[in-house]
Design a protein around this ligand. Structure first.
Ligand SMILES: [Zn+2]
Length: 408
């Protein structure tokens, strides 16, 4: 039987190799404080299990060049599942972030939890057929904000919000665990964008950042003080439904007036422009095409109607984002979603609105874009399985050495 101490040593080394690999055994000894013999034994164990690989000689040491080991990132894999409106997207992903295979399944509206559970299980089955000799660490499921098994089109937003969805926790999760004999973990879907971005994106290793979705809706995924935030009922980050216009009379679909989303989401922006054209406003926009690409062209050509409405949408979204910045003090704001396709005019106005409304104290942040994020959301659930497999949360001090510049 392995001792607690041996497990501790194994995970320290696994996380050191993950953070600093390729790394020599001598360097691992120095960084961990373990005996060289212990490091050698555990490294051999990891190599034998296929979790680590020999990775050539160290290149930069001032002394002798030594053989290094690295994590076998292409051989460690997990399944990540994201569910929205009867549609589930599941990916088989490697620890290095590559997606081996993606499966999408779509249930009929109101198909019920049993049918949806079975559809998802079949998706997972197809993905697992591709695992081959890779080391599969488990299945992560993003618990959806809206109940896909009982979605009622046209009903008030509150009727469709079902956090946390019982069927995901009580049916899907145990069924996958029993059928495939793998660890299965359910996590709040609102955290998935932040989890992907922290492991693989522009916020890599950051402990304080927000991802802001700019598309059909406006929402955030929050990572604060090293923790993904989902809130008491799993609906944290609903930035789109924060009120920024006290004079607004038009109701948002959530039932309130003055929500950011009523002026700043893409469908609302396109609707405002269409209404202005209907009223006879002059514009260079062609008839019918109000796609982000068409708007971008008009913005670049200096179309004043288009500029007016896009400027308004950017200022509304910027106000809400600035409020979030004042509240959370992130070091990074990652923008994603198809509204990025509106281009430089939109992003400049958005950036100005954010910067002009954040406290000087919290102004030390970067704004960046992550155009791929939207399509990589299921990868967030797989990323969480890797974190769990490596027990990375318990060994954060290893990763904090990365920030302190203590590189091998
Ligand atoms: Zn609202």
């Amino acid at each position: 039987m392995k001792s607690y101490n041996r497990d501790f040593q194994r995970y320290v080394l696994l996380n050191l190799i993950n953070a600093f690999g390729p790394i020599s055994r001598t360097k691992l000894m120095e960084m961990s404080g373990f005996r060289l013999a212990t490091v050698g034994e555990i490294a051999k164990e990891l190599l034998d299990e296929g979790l680590a690989v020999e990775a050539g000689l160290s290149a930069h040491s001032t002394g002798r060049r030594r053989p290094t080991v690295d994590l076998n990132r292409r051989a460690i894999c997990a399944v990540g599942i994201s569910i929205a409106h009867n549609r589930a997207t599941a990916v088989l992903a490697r620890l290095d972030g590559t997606i081996v295979r993606e499966e999408v399944c779509q249930g009929d509206p109101g198909c019920g939890p049993d049918a949806l559970t079975e559809l998802i299980a079949r998706c997972v089955e197809r993905l697992l057929a591709d695992v081959g000799d890779m080391h599969m660490v488990g299945i992560g499921i993003g618990d959806p904000l809206v109940d896909p098994a009982g979605y009622q089109k046209g009903s008030p937003i509150s009727a469709n919000y079902r956090h946390f969805n019982d069927w995901v926790h009580l049916r899907l999760n145990p069924m996958l665990e029993a059928r495939f004999g793998l660890p299965v973990r359910t996590l709040s879907a609102v955290t998935l964008p932040a989890l992907v971005e922290r492991q693989y994106g522009t916020a890599k290793g950051s402990d304080n950042f927000i991802c802001v979705e700019l598309s059909n809706g406006i929402g955030t995924s929050i990572y604060c003080n090293g923790t993904p935030i989902s809130g008491a009922h799993g609906v944290a980050g609903e930035l789109g439904h924060t009120v920024v216009d006290l004079n607004a009379r038009e109701l948002c679909y959530c039932g309130k007036a003055g929500c950011v989303e009523t002026g700043a989401s893409f469908p609302e922006l396109a609707r405002s422009i269409a209404a202005a054209i209907e009223r006879g406003a002059s514009t260079s926009l062609g008839h019918g095409d109000l796609s982000p690409q068409a708007l971008r062209k008009a913005l670049e050509a200096g179309d004043s109607l288009c500029r007016h409405y896009v400027d308004r949408a950017a200022r509304l979204a910027g106000t809400a984002i600035a409020n979030a910045v004042n509240l959370l003090n992130p070091e990074r704001i990652v923008l994603y979603g198809y509204m990025l396709e509106l281009g430089g005019f939109y992003l400049d106005r958005l950036g100005e609105a954010i910067r002009s409304q954040t406290l000087e104290l919290s102004r030390d942040y970067e704004i960046c874009t992550s155009p791929e994020l939207e399509s990589r959301i299921p990868l967030g659930a797989a990323a969480e399985m890797f974190t769990q497999f490596l027990h990375s949360d318990e060994y954060r001090w290893v990763y904090s050495m990365l920030k302190e510049g203590s590189t091998p």
